[in-house]
Design a protein around this ligand. Structure first.
Ligand SMILES: *Cc1c(COP(=O)(O)O)cnc(C)c1O
Length: 420
């Protein structure tokens, strides 16, 4: 069956970020907790939470039950002119957990759309406030999604090259550290009057290679933007829901963002849903008697009741003492292993932020297309561990249900492969 599924898949499916000619896609039949089972009966530890989405493990029975209940009650209703309990309750619960200045929730379908919504919100906000602001500030090496707006504010590279001429103008700056802040302030001051917003991944730049910056430096940069009237869009699509060791990266920063984006772990990784939240002042600029001041954006499945139900179930699980303790246990295990792996000659730049642990394999350059990526990926698969290195960067982003033993097995595989 294994080979038959691969052959049928190859006939009809086109996979993401895959050179179809040279990649085989392993057929997975089922998942349970932190394990995935393929069509040959092999068991893999999912050390990357299936592209950073799975929070509580695969096929979680509690989320499955809640989704099934919702499916039998109301599976979908148009969210323009109508509303429903799952969306109301989810917004109430999210706002309670987010920085106090976040007061409204706008739903969409995924991380990229949550970013598109945030960008459009800020640009229309400037427009309706009578200001001409059409430039956007972003970090180098950032990643905010694959739709055109999200691509525009992300690092430009080989994969955006075909679209380069169609991407809008963005001012890219370095991530902040203790020695470059003044330089960044000067750059921001030069452009402040035309900046509609600043979009950034807080603390960890995921797809850019798990690059990390400090709480202090980011907080100071945010404060400077705030003082210059630059709206802050905090993209927590990856880091939200416990990844950094706190519920949100925002919990560690001393400045609050104006707009926030969420997806990935929002539904516990069971299905797509995107959320963009904002400050009351932004919402109020759209709140008027004139119809034309409304925010003209929406998707067919905006605020899907099923996805909202999955998110509510995921929040229930996330806020359980056992889960919060598991997160801290993972953080502690990572810290101890980081110490150990720093002594391995072939490994460098070991870095950790909460449950995210990353390290680089010593080679020239960090290109995604580096052979290293493919070799490492295959070596981990042979150890029955799903890792998906970014170039020569190997990282662990585990589901919170991973056992101490399974996480140790992942560490052992890293050491074994490093010594080969
Ligand atoms: C993955 C990601 C996105 C895009 O989310 P999709 O659901 O894949 O469209 C946006 N921002 C960040 C920080 C991400 O990691």
């Amino acid at each position: 069956m294994f080979n038959e599924l691969i052959a049928r898949d190859r006939q009809v499916n086109w996979h993401p970020y895959s050179q179809m000619k040279t990649t085989t896609h392993i057929p997975i039949l089922s998942g349970k907790g932190s394990y995935l089972f393929d069509a040959e009966g092999n068991r893999y530890i999912d050390a990357v939470s299936s592209w950073w989405v799975t929070l509580h493990g695969h096929a979680h029975p509690y989320i499955a039950d809640k989704v099934y209940e919702q499916l039998q009650c109301l599976e979908q209703v148009i969210f323009a002119g109508f509303t429903h309990q799952p969306a109301i309750t989810l917004s109430e619960r999210l706002l309670e957990l987010l920085p106090a200045n976040q007061t409204k929730v706008f739903y969409s379908d995924n991380g990229s759309t949550a970013v598109e919504v945030a960008l459009k919100m800020c640009i229309q906000f400037a427009h309706q406030s009578g200001k001409k602001k059409n430039k956007i500030l972003a970090f180098k090496d950032g990643y905010h999604g694959d739709t055109f707006g999200a691509m525009s504010v992300s690092e430009r590279g080989v994969w955006t090259a075909p679209f380069q001429d169609l991407l809008f103008e963005v001012i890219f700056i370095d991530t902040p550290n203790s020695s470059n802040l003044e330089e960044l302030y000067t750059l921001i001051d030069q452009h402040a009057s035309e900046l509609a917003c600043f979009i950034y991944e807080p603390l960890v730049q995921g797809a850019g290679g798990m690059l990390m910056h400090t709480v202090d430096a980011l907080s100071q940069l945010m404060r400077h933007c705030r003082n210059r009237g630059v709206i802050l869009i905090q993209d927590e699509v990856f880091v939200g829901f416990g990844r950094t060791g706190t519920l949100f990266a925002a919990d560690q920063l001393s400045e609050q963002p104006d707009v926030m984006c969420f997806s990935k772990g929002l539904t516990g990784g069971t299905m797509p849903l995107g959320v963009t939240t904002c400050r009351e002042e932004i919402y109020q600029a759209f709140y008027a008697d004139e119809k034309m001041k409304a925010f003209f954006h929406g998707h067919s499945f905006t605020a899907s009741p099923i996805a909202c139900a999955a998110s509510l179930a995921s929040l229930d699980l996330l806020l359980q003492v056992e889960t919060l303790e598991a997160i801290q246990r993972i953080v502690g295990q990572h810290t101890a292993f980081a110490e150990k792996v720093r002594t391995v000659p072939i490994i460098e730049e070991v870095r950790q932020c909460g449950t995210i642990l990353a390290m680089d394999w010593r080679v020239g350059g960090t290109s995604y297309f580096n052979n290293m990526q493919e070799q490492l990926y295959k070596k981990f698969l042979a150890e029955r561990i799903l890792m998906r290195p970014l170039g020569n960067t190997v990282y662990i982003v585990p589901p919170y249900c991973i056992s101490e033993e399974d996480l140790n097995d992942v560490y052992d595989a890293i050491l074994k492969i490093a010594e080969q």
